[in-house]
Write a protein that binds this ligand. Structure first.
Ligand SMILES: Cc1ncc(COP(=O)(O)O)c(C=O)c1O
Length: 383
């Protein structure tokens, strides 16, 4: 048996999404062309824009399609903070959290090298961002809605309240949240929201930045009027159509999917806690219904991961995005997780299709792999 429990890294394409995409892969047209085929492609994009907007309670005109969550995060930061940098004698401040995805963290570091002051909001031991007083020279606050490694859902309300009092725009990365928990752009009160299709059983390489039209966002891709001048480039019609379909299905099935995943996740966590040596991280925080971060203290996460994989179970150590990194993830460091424990973490992320039998198999693999690795004979080898 092979079981895939790495849906936070990428979730396999829903067959209904593939079916919606196929006609646009078979007949390719440029949505900017004025002929009938071009107009059909434009209509398909417009429909997808409505489907994506509906999932997150936004207006379709606020949706800017991008090549994914990474580009959306980069556009949000660079498009607002980069613009502020152009004012002479101004050293703008960017506020992020200590647990952001690399696409926010790396862009913040790049902006820092250009003179932006970057402030990182700390998190508590469960990975929850701590709202702090904001300096009035802040030009953007960027805090994720749900964390990719821990699944922890952030309470953005106190942050949005402080920021809006100072008229500072807020960006939230909802790449992992959308399609798994209810997300309302309006109710969150943020000015930008990042989405990624392949985390909700849509295609890879497409996402969106939902943008409040009153916000002064400088486009980063130049060379055409696409996406209302906010992101130039010929649209990837088939991918956008797939994103729209995935969003429509996620919206229609949201509560049913969440209930299924939560039940399986709880089953998994109860089973993990019954295996000697295993613990759960951030389990007491409000979390996505599909994500479990577990650790088997004293066992190197990578050794564990490879043996788990060999036994037929695909999971991730920390975040898949930095599976080549040997140091503990910055997220776990920010949560003050001791490095020995942080190095032993395994992330299991479920889909709505994950079954009770599959969870039993996963727990059996974790037990079968970790027992010998925990044995005094193996530990004596110095692993
Ligand atoms: C929280 C978060 N933001 C952004 C991204 C990047 O999205 P994409 O893979 O679509 O570029 C990811 C992907 O892992 C993510 O987990």
């Amino acid at each position: 048996m092979r079981l895939y429990l790495d849906h936070n890294a990428t979730s396999p394409l829903d067959p209904r999404v593939l079916e919606a995409m196929l006609p646009y892969l078979q007949t390719q047209a440029n949505a900017s062309s004025l002929h009938a085929a071009g107009r059909a492609a434009r209509a398909a994009i417009d429909q997808a824009r409505e489907q994506v907007a509906a999932l997150v309670d936004a207006h379709p005109s606020q949706v800017v399609f991008t090549s994914g969550g990474t580009e959306a995060n980069n556009l949000a930061l660079r498009g607002v903070v980069g613009a502020a940098l152009m004012h002479p004698h101004h050293q703008p401040r960017l506020v992020i959290s200590a647990v952001e995805h690399d696409s926010v963290r790396a862009q913040a570091q790049a902006l820092e090298q250009q003179g932006v002051r970057v402030q990182a909001l700390p998190v508590d031991l469960l990975g929850r961002v701590q709202a702090q007083a904001l300096a009035d020279d802040s030009v953007l606050v960027s805090v994720m809605l749900a964390n990719n490694e821990t699944g922890v859902i952030q309470d953005l309300a106190p942050i949005v309240e402080r920021a809006s009092a100072l008229k500072i725009p807020v960006h939230a990365d909802a790449a992992q949240a959308a399609g798994r928990i209810p997300v309302s752009f309006r109710a969150l009160g943020v000015q930008m929201l990042t989405l990624s299709a392949h985390k909700m059983q849509g295609p890879q390489g497409v996402g969106a930045l939902v943008v409040d039209k009153a916000l002064d966002l400088q486009p980063q891709a130049l060379g055409g009027p696409h996406e209302r001048g906010r992101r130039a480039g010929t649209e990837n019609v088939a991918a956008i159509v797939g994103f729209g379909k995935a969003a429509e299905l996620a919206a229609a099935e949201l509560s049913e999917r969440a209930a299924k995943m939560r039940a399986r996740r709880d089953q998994l966590e109860a089973a993990i806690l019954a295996i000697p040596g295993w613990t759960l991280l951030a389990a007491e925080a409000e979390r996505l219904p599909n994500t479990t971060l577990a650790a088997c203290a004293g066992i190197d996460g990578e050794t564990l991961l490879l043996q788990i994989d060999a036994a037929g179970l695909a999971v991730s150590s920390g975040s898949a995005c930095h599976s080549d990194r040997r140091t503990p993830s910055p997220v776990l460091q920010a949560m003050s997780v001791p490095s020995e424990l942080a190095r032993s973490t395994v992330r299991l992320s479920l889909s709505p299709q994950t079954t009770a039998e599959e969870i039993s198999f996963a727990a059996q693999v974790l037990r079968q792999v970790s027992e010998p690795l925990r044995s005094p004979a193996f530990q004596a080898l110095g692993f």
